[in-house]
Every structure is written in C-alpha cells, then in structure tokens.
Design a protein around this ligand. Sequence first.
Ligand SMILES: Cc1ncc(C[n+]2csc(CCOP(=O)(O)OP(=O)(O)O)c2C)c(N)n1
Ligand SMILES: [Mg+2]
Length: 368
Amino acid sequence: MSKTTADLLPCGDPVQFLNEQGELTGPGAEAEARGYTMPSDEDLLAVWRQMVIGRRFDTQATALTKQGRLAVYPSSRGQDACQVAPMLALQADDWFFPTYRDSMALVSRGLDPVEVLTLLRGSWHCGYDPVATNTAPQCTPLATQAVHAAGAGHGLARRGSDGVALCFIGDGATSEGDFHEGLNFAAVFNAPTVYFVQNNKYAISVPLAKQTKAPSLAYKGIGYGIRSEQVDGNDAAAVLAVTRTALEHASSGSGPFLIEAHTYRLEAHTNADDATRYRESDEVTQWSTRDPIARLRAYLTGTGALTAEIEEQVTAEAEEYAARVRERMNAEPEVAPLSLFEHVYAQPTPQLREQADLVRAEMDEVRA
Ligand SMILES: Cc1ncc(C[n+]2csc(CCOP(=O)(O)OP(=O)(O)O)c2C)c(N)n1
Ligand SMILES: [Mg+2]
C-alpha cells in the first residue's frame, strides 16, 4: 500500500506522556493512533537510573576540561532523556551514528567512558572499535553522519539483517545539504534508518528561529516521503515510546523514520563557549524547570517503582562511576600530538609535513 501524506505527518503537538510535574497525561488519542504506548515502570526505572549516571558522567567530563585532561567537551546536560532512552531501545544488530554532543549516549550504550572521551582529549581516533560496538565515531563535520547512516541502513537490509541505523543529529545540522541527501537516499532505498533530531534550540549562538522557517523540524521528513514525529524531548517516557515505534517501523521494512525531539542545551555549546553572550538567563532558568530526570523521578516515585533506597543506591553508583572515570583519565597516557599526522595519507603531503614540523618545533620549545 502506498503511503499517503497523512501516514507521514507528525502529531500536531509534540508527543508527551508525562507533564512537567511528572503526572501522567498521555498518550492522547492522536499518539495512541500512531502506536506509541506507555513503557513499563521497569523500563522507565532503567532509563532514570542511566540518566542519573549519564548526567554524572557529563558533569565529570566538563570538570576534566578544567583540569586540562580533555581538549574540549560539548555537554548534553538537559538533553538526558534524548541521550539515554533511545540507547536503551536499541537492539543488538542496530548501529548508532553519534555526533560530538553524544558522549552521554555512548556511555549509556555501554561503551567504555575513557574510550568515548579519547577523541575529545585530542586523539586522532575515536577510542572504541566501531565494528565491534556497531557504533560509528562521533561525527564533528555537521550532518555527514546522515549520509553514512543512510548507507549503513541500506547495507543492513541488503544483508538480510533486521538491524536499524540510528542517526543522531542537531537542529542546526538539519540545514546542511548532507542531511537532505541522507534523507532522500534513505527514503528512495527504503533504508531502515531512524533520524533522531535533538532540537536543543541552538546551533552554537544561532537560535532556531534564525536557522529555519519550518514550523517543526519533523516536517523536513515529509517532503522525502519519510514518516515523521515530534516528541517532548524532556519526557523520557515519550522519547522511549516514539523511538521504539520508529525502530520497529524501520526494522520491519517500512523504511526510514524521522523524530524531532524538543529539548534544550542547558550548558554552553562547549566549555570554550560563553552562552551568556547570546541567550538570556531567564530562558535557561525556565528550561531548568523542565528537567527530564526530575520529571521521571516524580512519576516513578508516585507509582512506587522508585524508592528512597534505590535512589540512594543509584546515586552512589553514579559517584563511583565518575570516580573511576576521573582516576582513569588521570592515569591514561597523554596524547602524542604528532600522531595526528600519521594516518592521514600513506605519503604525507608537503603541507602536512610542514605542519608536523611546526608542531614538533613548538613541542621542543615547550620542553626547552
Ligand atoms: C560542516 C560543518 N560546518 C560547521 C561546523 C561548525 N559547527 C560545529 S557545531 C555547530 C553547530 C551545530 O548545531 P546543532 O546541529 O544544532 O548541534 P548542537 O551543537 O546544538 O548539538 C557548528 C556550526 C562543523 N562542525 N561542520
Ligand atoms: Mg542545536
């Protein structure tokens, strides 16, 4: 049966199950008709636990930039539901295509945190083994992973796997040509690829209103014939439900799916950015009240699934996790700057040789 526009359209408002106070308000009739169902308390407790650990990891990574252990760190604080819930929805054969913003997602996927931070400490490689983990390196050139994920999804289907390629992407990056090429390819080849847009409202200092005239980034899928949805990205229950439906849609041969998750970047773009230069503190304060962890905590405390004992245990677990990351990051060897030049070309170009010489001279100067 061919798809009609109505089959592709997102809900009028972002799908929400839990309001800002953590009260159950959904799924409404519209969301229900699209197959989004409330996850079990058990699954939500797993998401809450991982969000607590993930946020502690994120805070630790930011602290490591101040100690000179990391070159740079883009925090995803505030985007915790988007970082965690989709990872817990992935199956063994699925692939994940992250960006520089998605370290919390990678550790939530079970990757080694020190390996995850390798690129951000300035190494030439991503730290983990992409093939062994079904996880692409964190992508810094905006939207290029959209094309990789389209191809990977297509490849999975051709091999007869029911795996899906899940691609994370930022709101700003949806203006890039690669995003549109990836979407078109995925749609035309019916690739099992899910595009998950974390609309955190900014592309560095550029607010969404200056980035696009689209009423919702989810509409960007429709033009390509891709089923699309928008979700409250700070409601972990809704994020988990919509992502699960999207993954199943792709895995069962119905083609790609696009999700726009409405969320907010609470920290600056990276530790090297001063966000007070382009946004009001009132806006940040307002979004702080929509905290995804507090919201799920309120809900799960209400149902009785989350007890004071569990909370204490998970908080201790998160502290222990961060302490291990800290210890290992302090013990790991420094990155050798000249190794950056080693694997670019089999025969280095004159320009690269010249740059390597400059770095070598600078290092000698520092040592002298
Ligand atoms: C092709 C390309 N152009 C420009 C940049 C510089 N740049 C790095 S992050 C960024 C903003 C991206 O914003 P968004 O896609 O919303 O992701 P977010 O950082 O908010 O997660 C820009 C312009 C880049 N990395 N790659
Ligand atoms: Mg953004």
